[in-house]
Design a protein around this ligand. Sequence first.
Ligand SMILES: Cc1cc2nc3c(=O)[nH]c(=O)nc-3n(C[C@H](O)[C@H](O)[C@H](O)COP(=O)(O)OP(=O)(O)OC[C@H]3O[C@@H](n4cnc5c(N)ncnc54)[C@H](O)[C@@H]3O)c2cc1C
Length: 289
Amino acid sequence: MIVQKNISLKKYTTIHIGGQSGNIYFPESIEDVSSLKSTLIDSRTIIIGKGSNIAFSDAGYKHDLISLNKFKKSSISVINKNTISVSSGISCARLAKLCYRKSIPGFEFLHGIPGTIGGALAMNAGSFNQSIWDCVKSVTIINKKGNIEIISSKNIKSSYRFVDKKNVLLFLEVLLNIDKKKNFDKKLLLKYTKHRNNTQPIGQWSSGCIFKNPSKKISASSLIDSLNISERKIGGIYISMKHCNYFINDGSGTCSDLIALINHVSKLVKKKYNIVLHKEICIYRGSHE
Ligand SMILES: Cc1cc2nc3c(=O)[nH]c(=O)nc-3n(C[C@H](O)[C@H](O)[C@H](O)COP(=O)(O)OP(=O)(O)OC[C@H]3O[C@@H](n4cnc5c(N)ncnc54)[C@H](O)[C@@H]3O)c2cc1C
């Protein structure tokens, strides 16, 4: 198993924010994961997928990190007409593309989400009124005792961008239900991609939406938009003109800039609408200092 240390965590986040790392473990097999039991049980250990919803403090993260980017890389299979098995290091886009090629409906919404299946399970990622936990049959996890366990989705509570992980340290694998009531629409994937390209700043250094939507009817971006905010930039982090809930790193942005802009926007929204915005991005602190 590859282990790296003292690597810039900017490389591991799509918003390119973070100082130096502690040990980063890259398990490739179940045996590697099992050998990390004591590391996994340590509550300071962070799992990283593609880093598309995380940032680390500028002073870095001195504790252990585990990346599933090399875990059972090719493990994705259509088991039967009803079920797909996917290991958590697989990217959402790869699953969506496989389903597209095989004319399997229902997973198009995952195409533009630039994370892993494990990250999607942890965040209950979704788009276009669908979230990954809508499709989950069961998950194979490492539980809080460090043991492998298969859990039915009925036993894990989930809601909009929330998953109850009280017994989960790590998502290893998932069985996804294929919705037989849905018809395959060849144009849907393209339609979703087009919509994203038109409305979101794709290809820039961001972590997607910074805040969760306060409700189904009120989006965080519409609230931020309506502030007509004058200070759209702090240090190297700015609010995207294309989508107000995307904060972009111009290349010089730091974690302090990001936190300052998050606090600034949150305060303005609270003052104007008396609404508390909750962060979607996970910011980890645990510096070497
Ligand atoms: C351009 C852009 C567009 C985006 N669009 C969307 C969107 O439409 N919808 C949406 O929901 N999100 C979106 N996101 C956010 C992000 O892609 C998702 O939250 C994604 O699911 C995160 O996956 P990841 O592998 O990058 O996880 P990471 O960012 O690496 O980790 C996120 C969290 O999940 C945990 N985690 C990761 N893997 C595992 C695992 N195997 N087991 C347990 N915990 C784990 C991490 O510890 C962390 O707490 C977007 C981001 C970007 C940059």
